[in-house]
Design a protein around this ligand. Structure first.
Ligand code: ZN
Length: 323
């Protein structure tokens, strides 16, 4: 945790993980994703069937680790460096018990565009892997579904004019506000399994000065998808019509994951690397910590939850390897 690794700056933490895992006796590969970003892939033999996986990048800002008897605080405590630690301990425990068909996959850039996962998906080991246990803070519940994320920009154009003569211009801000109000009034399709589709108008930018009719305005929107992208995009196009442009930034659709008896199960609202790792076999999702403190200045994880996660991963892997 004390090696900063905000997305784009993961090199040092990748080198650290490589050295640490090599010192434990793992075979470690660095997979280059960009000039200074490497995925870390580790295994014990040529036939790893189950991989434990999460990401090594964090959101900004870096917050150094502190701890008390109960908790570890700081950036990455639960999202996702605590999870990395619990997965490595689980893998070591499995190794002690004679299990060697396992691997570890740590990606870069999950918090941005998942470029690490997209590169990892093309790695030759993916084809041999049957199950991918991804780690994100799920409160140690087995997530059996995760919503998708559809990110887009709506860009309205107008015509600048002196604000005293508004009839000479066309306000892009007012156009955008009308569109956003229509979006807020729209009921997007829900899904029985995944739940409610929610819309966040995350950013608004526009205008030049108080006394100028604004020629341009744009809003950034993140939609948590519970259906395929198509019906939501069609609704948006119907709302926006020719009043503005829709620019799609990224999209990952909702994913169903493996259900396993004996584990607490739930659907989570956030998106993970999993949609970008389809070649790595059947996905599962479980990790210590709460998504509600991830990405906040108060991020923490309970030490006992990390220990519980170790046991859960060990049990999960053994169950998967005997199916
Ligand atoms: Zn995460």
């Amino acid at each position: 945790m004390n090696i900063p690794s905000v997305s784009g700056d993961e090199q040092a933490v990748g080198f650290y993980l490589r050295d640490y895992l090599e010192s434990l006796g793992w075979t470690v590969e660095l997979q280059a994703v960009s000039a200074n970003q490497n995925n870390v892939i580790a295994y014990l033999n040529d036939t790893p069937r189950v991989f434990l996986s999460t990401h090594i990048d964090t959101v900004p800002p870096f917050i150094a680790a502190t701890e008390d008897d109960e908790k570890i605080y700081g950036r990455g405590a639960c999202d996702a460096k605590g999870i990395i630690a619990s997965q490595i301990f689980a893998a070591e425990e499995l190794r002690k018990q004679g299990v060697s068909d396992i691997g570890l996959l740590y990606t870069v850039d999950e918090e941005q565009g998942s470029s690490g996962a997209k590169a990892a998906n093309l790695h030759p080991l993916a084809d041999r892997c049957e199950f991918l246990i991804n780690g994100e803070p799920t409160d140690n519940d087995l997530a059996i579904g995760s919503k998708g994320t559809f990110r887009l920009r709506i860009i309205a154009e107008g015509k600048a004019a002196h604000s005293a003569y508004p009839e000479m211009g066309e306000s892009a801000v007012e156009k955008l506000l009308d569109i956003l109000q229509d979006i807020r009034r729209t009921k997007f399709p829900d899904d029985d399994f995944f739940g409610e589709t929610t819309v966040n108008i995350g950013t608004i930018e526009g205008g030049l000065a108080l006394n100028v009719i604004p020629p341009r305005a744009e809003a950034g929107i993140a939609i948590r998808l519970t259906t395929k992208r198509a019906p939501v995009e069609a609704l948006l196009e119907e709302i926006v019509e020719d009043r503005a442009k829709i620019e799609v930034l990224s999209c990952s659709e909702p994913v169903k994951m493996l259900e396993i008896e004996g584990f607490r199960q739930k659907v989570v609202r956030f998106t993970t690397d999993i949609p970008h790792l389809p070649n790595w076999g059947t996905p599962l999702l479980l990790g210590a910590g709460s998504i509600l403190v991830a990405h906040t200045k108060d991020e923490f994880v309970l030490k006992k939850d990390l220990e519980t996660a170790v046991d859960l991963y060990v049990n999960l892997v053994k169950k998967l390897l005997t199916t």
